[in-house]
Design a protein around this ligand. Structure first.
Ligand code: PRP
Ligand code: URA
Length: 209
């Protein structure tokens, strides 16, 4: 079973409370999602492998560390996942970005895929799938299915708010995937929204409601 971690650094908790607040407008919401994503990228990259490299300082030659292992791809689930990309790229600027478009049917709550565009070497990359909300888990599960169909096999999933139902479903469908969230909330309501959550992440990020 992959990891399940709540990244509850005090700065992350503080910033998450700001975006939960219904009075927080689009501009601040977007800025703070970006900041939280950078903090989360710092945490989830802790176990990145290193290798020795020779470096010549102004004083002498020495052997120190540099990142090794697979190259990284960030895959936001559209739309709301887009809000997490720049924060991540602040720390891993050379990462490639794949996009996967998916929306939840409002009646059935089932995800509908409408767009997939991945880097050509996606099968060789460490993939960070990002989406602020893990509610029923349907979107994350279908996104990882779509990536697996394209040969990808190394995943971490990052969200801001998760519902227990979504964590369970994602772990069942893709048990090897590491899941990182800034908060594990109480439950889903009858409309499939996370309680207390932060509302509709896409609408709050893009000002569409
Ligand atoms: C939201 C969110 C996730 C999904 C989570 O997207 O960004 O992708 O719902 O719900 P699930 O875990 O039950 O699948 P939405 O469908 O509202 O699309 P949007 O990002 O385009 O607004
Ligand atoms: N999608 C959202 O944007 N918010 C939720 O609470 C659930 C799904």
């Amino acid at each position: 079973m992959g990891k399940f971690e709540v990244l509850d650094h005090p700065l992350i908790q503080h910033k998450l409370t700001i975006i939960r607040n219904r009075d927080t407008g689009t501009k601040v919401f977007r800025e703070v999602v970006n900041e939280i994503s950078t903090l989360m990228a710092y945490e989830v990259s802790r176990d990145m492998p290193l290798e020795d490299v020779e470096v010549t300082t102004p004083i002498e030659k020495t052997v120190k560390k540099q990142l090794a292992g697979k190259k990284v791809a960030i895959v936001p689930i559209l739309r709301a996942g887009l809000g997490m990309v720049d924060g991540f790229l602040n720390l891993i600027p050379a990462a490639k970005v794949g996009h996967i478009g998916m929306y939840r049917d409002e009646e059935s709550l089932q995800p509908v895929e409408y767009f997939v565009k991945m880097p050509a070497d996606i099968d060789q990359r460490q993939i960070f799938v990002v989406d602020p909300m893990l509610a029923t888990g349907g979107s994350a599960i279908m996104a990882i299915d779509a990536l697996k169909q394209r040969g990808a096999h190394s995943f971490k999933f990052m969200c801001l708010v998760a519902a227990p139902e979504g964590v369970k479903a994602l772990q069942k469908a893709h048990p090897e995937v590491d899941i990182y969230t800034a908060a594990l909330d109480e439950k889903l309501n009858e409309d499939g929204y996370i309680m207390p959550g932060l509302g509709d992440a896409g609408d709050r990020l893009f000002g569409t409601k």
